[in-house]
Design a protein around this ligand. Structure first.
Ligand code: C2E
Ligand code: CA
Ligand code: CA
Length: 847
């Protein structure tokens, strides 16, 4: 037995009897049956005149048999939501009216027809009850009409003919109305709309009636004529059935087509199941339709059932029953069970293969208007199931594809590491925020932040550490911002915040300040304490732009300005914008200045604090702009880097420095010169050759040249940079790590690099006098350098205490304002001569 299902959707409740279709049809059957009995009784009491005579030869048993056969072999037309039963019962009915007492005729029809339904069509229960009542009323109507219109003459007069036609037509009309009533009560109140269409089948009764009348006439002459007419009737019946079968075939093709079309529009699995069940119910005139899917692996079966006038869907998950009449369908075998479980009106089940999964489509409870499920219906059902199977397979495919697409979409819009929106989604969010703020003075703000020196963390401590820092930053940003805005990771170490609506630039600035403070707390990773400080740039709509691209670009400009200026936080200013006309004009001017060799080079001396001897000088570029005055290298070097001018700039400085150095050496000063390299210079593979050529052109020994490369550049480990360093080293050029202490040097990499010198960053050196931690950094840097056999240089030496401290710690070379500011070449030469004359700082201060 089937297990009770856990009903997911329908709420069980006590409902009045008329809410059940079966009960309504039963009530109708009862009424109709009552009407049949009453009218038959009235016929008997009324004593209607009868045409007694030749007709008597047909005999009661023969007529009952004819009723049973014609009723049992009725042909059922199944057209969508409208069935019509065609039988040749008119023949025995007319014969019965012509030959029998009307009451007897009615009883004979009910008895014979009932036997046909019961034995040949295997009808039972409510359906049989309704059909019996229907037959009763139908024949009572026929008898009454015939009795009223016919005459008592023993011959078949014209009047008798007309009475027969009228009786059969009216009886059939009554039947059509009652069937429509039954369907509308049982299944679909809209059935009444199809009444006119159903009525169009009524004139067909004229065929049977005519045959009956001709039979009657022939039999009057010769009893054997009945045999001839029987042959004609059977042939006619068969021909008719063949025609109808073909017609039915076309109808089925139409139905299949309608079904396929209905399936086509749907690719959501739930909708599809609904369409399939609805169509199965419609096409097969069934009360219930059900889809059972058995996933296997002991998982519960999923059963989706549709029933009731409006097609209520019920879903249940339950263990598949051990055996039900439809279980063979799950194993691939179609089942036709016309007398299923008493009154349910039969059932059919067909397999629905769903890839690895077994499924079955089941219909049961065929509507009262058709004879019951038959092999034609089963064939149609199988065809439907095949289509359903293809569509379901496609739909789960579509479902899967959609799911994949959604995942892809998510991936396409989110950063996998932090789960934050990525640049694309951020732009979308900004678009939307800008749209929402159109015609409004208060627009969204974009806050961009870029972690300072994140790349070095990554390179020195590994990607896992880098990822952990990014994760921590992401968490902190989200916690800080909360519901005020959205956080996104634009890529690498770049994050963005969107504040959908700010009332002033100050408001955005205050949020930026919050963020900056939040990131000042070091990130603790186990024993490591890392700095995740960021440079923050802000642009606010509509002041700084009212479209996504402009806002993002300007926030970016502000962020770079924040990095350069080291204020850490900056709102967009037009003068920071690289692409402003001002900036573009500057680039043109710089290019021209370099080309004309008008870029100045100044020299800042370096000396040995232990001997006071000048050992060399660092060459520093200077740009005196005719309109804007002196432009500091902090500004024009990045400009050169952004506009492809770094190479000519470096070569120019290098050439000037080497020429000067050669001149000093010729003048008897054993000095070296240090030249700064830009981060990207190491990526230029032709650099060693150019350096080599300039060395020989100027006649400077390679050992007299030091190239200073910032710690972050040298640690970045970019492709090819090590090769360049090695080739420079092979030339005999010295290499120095500039700004040492500000990056994250890894000891391993320091050992591996061909370097000769570390240059402790002035930010530590300048604070030696005031901050013991910076003193510790300097001391350990000196020790580290010596441990690696490197010269240790301190830059930014501004006072004597610092100088003394460095000397005590064993620093090899010092450089700074205390000794001298960077000097133009001629002044440098003068300064050198001056020192040679004995005015030595070393002697003055530290003797
Ligand atoms: P840097 O290589 O670290 O150069 C040292 C900077 O510190 C110079 O600033 C110098 O004037 C300054 N300085 C020297 N002694 C002291 C001191 O005692 N106290 C203070 N506060 N500062 C001192 P400058 O010339 O403005 O150069 C800034 C940066 O520009 C340089 O930093 C270097 O990175 C870059 N730069 C300068 N010239 C060139 C060049 O020819 N090529 C490249 N690629 N970069 C250059
Ligand atoms: Ca330097
Ligand atoms: Ca430096």
């Amino acid at each position: 037995m089937e297990e009770p299902s856990r009903d997911i959707t329908a709420a069980p409740a006590r409902q009045p009897w008329w809410s059940r279709p079966d009960a309504r049809v039963a009530a109708l059957s009862l009424l109709v049956g009552l009407a049949a009995v009453v009218s038959t009784a009235a016929l008997a009491a009324g004593g209607v005149a009868l045409p007694q005579g030749a007709m008597g030869q047909f005999g009661l048993p023969g007529l009952v048999l004819l009723f049973a056969v014609t009723e049992g072999f009725a042909i059922h037309l199944r057209v969508r939501r409208g069935g019509h039963a065609l039988s040749l019962t008119e023949i025995p009915m007319v014969l019965a009216l012509l030959s029998l007492d009307p009451t007897i005729a009615v009883l004979a029809r009910v008895t014979g027809g009932g036997a046909g339904l019961l034995l040949l069509r295997r009808q039972r229960g409510a359906k049989l009850g309704f059909n019996l009542a229907l037959i009763g009323v139908q024949s009572a109507v026929a008898a009454a009409v015939f009795g009223a219109l016919g005459d008592a003459a023993p011959q078949l007069t014209l009047r008798v003919w007309l009475a027969s036609y009228a009786a059969m037509l009216l009886a059939d009309m009554a039947a059509v109305v009652l069937v429509t009533a039954a369907i509308s009560l049982h299944d679909d109140p809209g059935e009444w709309r199809r009444l006119p269409a159903a009525m169009r089948g009524v004139p067909l009764v004229a065929i049977g009636t005519t045959i009956a009348l001709v039979s009657g006439l022939a039999v009057e002459r010769n009893h054997w004529a009945a045999l001839l007419l029987a042959i004609v009737s059977v042939v006619l019946f068969l021909a008719y059935r063949a025609y109808l079968a073909q017609h039915q075939g076309h109808a089925q093709v139409d139905q299949l087509y309608a079904f396929t079309r209905a399936l086509d529009g749907t690719d959501d699995t739930d909708d599809l199941v609904r369409v399939i069940l609805g169509q199965a119910r419609d096409q097969l005139r069934a009360e219930h339709a059900e889809l059972v899917v058995l996933p296997g692996d002991g998982q519960p079966a999923r059963r989706t059932t549709m029933s009731g006038p409006v097609g209520t869907i019920t879903q249940s998950l339950e263990r598949a029953p051990e055996y039900a009449w439809w279980t063979p369908a799950l194993a691939g075998q179609a089942v036709l069970d016309p007398v299923l479980a008493g009154e349910s009106g039969g059932g059919m089940a067909v397999p629905v293969p769903l890839g690895e999964v077994n499924g079955a489509l089941i219909v049961s409870g065929c509507l009262p208007d058709i004879g019951g499920f038959d092999s034609d219906g089963l064939r149609l059902f199988q065809a439907l199931a095949n289509h359903a199977s293809v569509s379901l397979a496609k739909a789960s495919l579509v479902d899967r594809l959609r799911q994949e697409a959604e995942e892809k979409e998510y991936l396409a819009l989110h950063d996998p590491l932090t789960g934050l929106p990525n640049r694309r989604l951020f732009q979308g969010l900004l678009d939307a925020a800008l749209d929402a703020a159109r015609h409004d003075d208060n627009g969204p703000a974009v806050i961009l932040l870029d972690l300072d020196r994140f790349k070095e963390v990554n390179d020195a401590l590994g990607h896992d550490t880098g990822d952990a820092v990014l994760g921590e930053v992401s968490t902190r940003l989200q916690e800080r911002i909360g519901t005020r805005g959205r956080v996104a990771r634009l890529g690498g170490d770049e994050f963005a915040l969107l504040l959908p609506r700010v009332h002033s630039i100050e408001e955005a600035l205050s949020v930026g300040g919050d963020i900056a403070r939040e990131l000042e707390r070091p990130v603790q990773l186990g024993p490591l304490s890392l700095n995740a400080r960021a440079s923050i740039g802000i642009a606010v709509a509509p002041v700084h732009g009212d479209d996504t691209q402009t806002l993002l670009r300007r926030a970016d400009v502000a962020m770079y300005a924040a990095k350069g200026s080291r204020t850490g936080l900056r709102v967009y200013l037009p003068e920071d914008d690289q692409n402003t006309p001002h900036r573009l004009a500057l680039i043109t001017d710089l290019r021209e200045t370099i080309r004309r060799r008008d870029l100045l080079v100044v020299f800042q001396p370096k000396l040995d604090p232990h001997t006071g001897a000048v050992t060399g000088a660092e060459a520093l570029a200077r740009w005196h702009h005719p309109e804007h005055g002196n432009i500091p290298p902090d500004q024009f070097i990045p400009l050169a880097e952004h506009s492809g001018l770094v190479r000519p700039l470096t070569l120019h400085v290098l050439e000037v420095a080497l020429r000067r150095c050669a001149a000093w050496r010729r003048a008897g000063h054993d000095l070296h010169v240090a030249v700064n390299l830009s981060p990207n210079s190491l990526l230029d593979p032709s650099l060693p050759d150019l350096v080599s050529r300039l060395l020989s052109q100027t006649g400077t020994p390679a050992s007299a040249l030091t190239l200073e490369i910032t710690e972050s550049t040298i640690m970045a480990d970019q492709e090819g940079s090590l090769a360049t360093l090695n080739r420079l080293n092979e030339l005999g050029v010295k290499l120095s790590i500039d700004d040492f202490g500000t990056g994250y040097s890894s000891l391993g990499r320091l050992r591996e690099l061909p370097i000769h010198e570390v240059k402790i960053d002035k930010s530590f050196v300048q604070r030696i006098a005031i901050d013991h931690r910076d003193r510790a950094v300097v001391r350990s840097a000196v020790q580290l350098g010596h441990a690696l056999d490197l010269e240790v240089v301190a830059e930014g030496v501004e006072d004597q205490d610092t100088y003394n401290y460095l000397a005590r710690e064993g620093c090899n070379i010092v450089q700074g304002y205390l000794i001298s500011r960077p000097l133009p070449p001629d002044e440098f030469s003068a300064w050198l001569s001056n020192r040679a004359a004995g005015n030595v700082i070393h002697q003055r201060f530290s003797a």
